[in-house]
Design a protein around this ligand. Structure first.
Ligand SMILES: Cc1ncc(COP(=O)(O)O)c(C=O)c1O
Length: 348
């Protein structure tokens, strides 16, 4: 375990750690880290570079050298006509192998990704995606970094998302949920493959932050984890409230403004569309997502907009009754958005 105070710092740690690992193994040319377009890994130079957000790259001359990106497994936007979700998942994972072969496997240090992309719009990959990614990184001997800053500590109904998706990351970034956000703490869980080399062959790893392993932050994390255990929040999200949210959220697929409403544990996303039958999207300049978000905030609902994709990450303590209350608010806000669009002649 290597502690820091945030997700961004932890991903900076990852960059140094994987490059140090390959140096120690006599392969210093293995430097390139592959991330994904629209991924989010933080706001530091390395974090924003690993992330694939063009708006962030445009400020500060990013990405830094030896970081490159592949497409995201976003079925709604990237599937071919008639393509099944499973087939799309395999094809999207294949973009990693194409990139590795293009660069030369002996140049690639690691692949980093969020198990479910959070800030990029709660992009939930098809079931075939992660097993295929694991197969590809194994085949080419590349390190796998799971950035679980959002996904860990019960968010997807498991302590860690890698358990849910059955993958074996070498490094796992965490932050946020470890303290439920009450005090800053983050870090990297370092798997045996990397830890052994760093410890047994590496000597001093010249890396550390003043607040690494800060006792107050760690005490808060322990108290928080104890509470999560006592309240069985992980099991509740996996077996009860998560499936219930999925069931209620699926009802939104009947709303005239919604094309796809989907959840994964306690994250959820829906796409606002101009024409439900054809799935035609709105002109981005209309800012329909932000219009909807304004209705949400006015009605006391925190639902974010990523383009015209609306996303939520409700508190893990939420009960079924509170999910019902939230769903009623979501309906109210979608109806208000639809009324506003119709008044402006933007929806049938
Ligand atoms: C997946 C992911 N990684 C990294 C970060 C960056 O964490 P921080 O803001 O604590 O630096 C975030 C923040 O939202 C995140 O969602």
């Amino acid at each position: 375990m290597f502690f820091s105070s945030s997700g961004s710092e932890s991903n900076d740690t990852n960059v140094r750690m994987v490059r140090r690992y390959w140096d120690l193994l006599g392969q210093p040319q293995r430097k390139v880290i592959i991330g994904r377009l629209n991924g989010y890994h933080g706001s530091t130079m390395a974090g924003a570079s690993l992330g694939g957000m063009s708006g962030m790259h445009a400020q500060g001359d990013l990405p830094i050298p030896d970081i490159t990106h592949i497409g995201q497994p976003y079925f709604f936007e990237n599937a071919l006509p008639g393509e099944s979700e499973d087939a799309f998942g395999l094809r999207a994972a294949g973009w990693l192998e194409t990139k590795i072969l293009e660069l030369g496997a002996d140049k690639v240090a690691a692949f980093i990704a969020e198990p479910v992309q959070g800030a990029g719009g709660v992009i939930i990959p098809p079931a075939t995606y992660w097993p295929e990614i694991q197969r590809i990184v194994d085949k080419h001997g590349i390190l796998l970094i799971a950035d679980e800053v959002i996904c860990a500590f019960g968010r997807l109904g498991h302590w860690f998302a890698y358990e849910k998706f059955g993958i074996r990351p070498d490094l796992v970034t965490f932050a946020k949920g470890v303290t439920s956000g009450y005090i800053p703490l983050g870090g990297v869980m370092v798997g045996d493959r990397v830890a052994k080399v760093l410890i047994e062959q590496g000597g001093e790893f010249n890396h550390g932050y003043t607040y690494s392993g800060h006792p107050v932050a760690c005490a808060v994390a322990l108290a928080n984890i104890e509470l999560i255990e006592r309240e069985n929040l992980v099991g509740r999200v996996r077996d009860d409230t998560g499936p219930y949210l999925a069931e209620r959220f699926a009802e939104l697929n009947d709303h005239p403004l919604v094309a796809v409403a989907e959840t994964c544990g306690f994250v959820a996303g829906l796409v606002l569309v101009k024409d439900k039958a054809t799935r035609a999207t709105f002109d981005p300049d209309l800012g329909v997502g932000m219009m909807c978000r304004a209705h949400c905030f006015k009605n006391g609902l925190i639902m974010r907009a990523v383009g015209d994709r609306m996303i939520i990450a409700p508190p893990l303590v939420m009960t079924r009754a509170q999910i019902d209350e939230m769903m009623a608010l979501i309906h109210t806000c979608l109806d208000a958005t639809l009324a506003q669009l119709r008044a402006a002649g933007q929806h049938a």
